[in-house]
Design a protein around this ligand. Structure first.
Ligand code: ATP
Length: 234
C-alpha cells in the first residue's frame, strides 16, 4: 500500500532522513521506533506532504505521492494523528470530530460519528465539552476519532504514547489494535519501543535518519541491540 524507496529529506543543510526505504502492506500495523531526533516525525510529515522529499520515491496505492500536497494526500486516503494530538482546545469534542469530516456530506458524517462513538464511548459522553478539558488519553482518542472521519485507508500515528500514563497508553494501543483488526492500515512512529512493537506486526528501527534494523515485531523485541538500546534490558 505504501512504499518509500531511498527517501532523503533535508532541512536546509541538515539531512533528517537518508535513503529510507519502508513498506507497509494493506491491513498491516507497522511501527517505526527511534529515539529523540531520529527523524520519525519527518518521515510521517513527508508521507503526508507536509515536508517534501529531496530524493527518492514515495508510492501510495500505486501512485507517486512524492510531490503531493497535504490536501491531496488526505483525499487519497492518508490521515495523520500528529505528535501532541493538537486538538482544538476551545472547540467541543463533537466540533473537533466534525473538523475531520469537512469534505463529506452530513449524512456520511452522521454515520461515521456513530461508528466513532461506538469505538470511543467517552467521546459520546463528552461530546459537548471543550476538548481542552479532556485528559491526555481522551484527547488522543479524540485525535484518532477526528482522523477517522475522513475514512482513511492509511493512518499515520505520531508518538501516541507521548505524555500519557502507562495504563492510558495501553488503552490507546488497544484501540489501535482494534482498528487494525477492522482492516485499517497503520504506520506508527514511537520512542516507546516496548508498546509500539508489542502491538505491531512489523517494525523498523530508525537511527540518525537511517533505517538500521527491520523485521517482524517479535524478532525486533527479541533482538539484543533493540533490547539494550530501546527496551532498557541488558
Ligand atoms: P522527536 O521524537 O523528538 O519528535 P523525531 O524522531 O520525530 O524526534 P524529527 O522531529 O523528525 O525527529 O527530527 C529529525 C531531525 O531533523 C532532528 O535532527 C531535528 O533537529 C531536525 N529537524 C526537525 N524539524 C526541523 C526543522 N523544522 N528545521 C530544522 N531541523 C529540523
Amino acid at each position: 500500500m505504501l512504499k518509500l524507496k531511498s527517501l532523503c529529506v533535508s532541512y536546509g543543510a541538515v539531512e533528517a532522513l537518508t535513503n529510507v526505504s519502508v513498506h507497509v502492506s494493506e491491513g498491516e500495523f507497522v511501527s517505526l521506533i527511534g529515539s529523540n531526533g531520529a527523524g520519525k516525525t519527518t518521515l510521517l510529515n513527508s508521507v503526508m506532504g507536509i515536508i517534501p522529499a529531496k530524493q527518492g520515491e514515495a508510492v501510495f496505492m500505486g501512485e507517486s505521492i512524492a510531490a503531493m500536497k497535504v490536501h491531496q494526500a488526505a483525499a487519497k486516503g492518508i490521515a495523520l494523528v500528529p505528535e501532541g494530538r493538537r486538538v482544538f482546545a476551545n472547540m467541543t469534542v463533537l466540533e473537533n470530530i466534525l473538523m475531520g469530516g469537512f469534505s463529506k456530506s452530513s449524512r456520511e458524517n452522521s454515520e461515521k460519528i456513530e461508528e466513532i462513538y461506538s469505538m470511543f464511548p467517552v467521546l459520546k459522553e463528552r461530546k459537548n465539552q471543550q476538548a481542552g478539558m479532556l485528559s491526555g488519553g481522551e484527547q488522543q482518542m479524540l485525535a484518532i476519532g477526528r482522523a477517522l472521519m475522513c475514512r482513511p485507508k492509511l493512518l499515520l500515528m505520531d508518538e501516541p504514547s507521548m505524555g500519557l500514563a502507562p495504563l492510558v497508553i495501553k488503552d490507546v494501543y488497544e484501540k489501535l489494535a482494534a482498528l487494525s483488526k477492522t482492516g485499517l492500515t497503520i504506520l506508527l512512529v514511537e520512542q516507546n519501543a516496548a508498546m509500539a512493537l508489542k502491538y505491531a506486526d512489523r517494525g523498523y528501527v530508525l537511527e540518525n535518519g537511517r533505517i538500521v534494523l527491520q523485521g517482524s515485531a517479535k524478532e525486533l523485541l527479541g533482538d539484543n541491540e533493540v533490547k539494550r538500546a530501546y527496551l532498557g534490558k541488558e
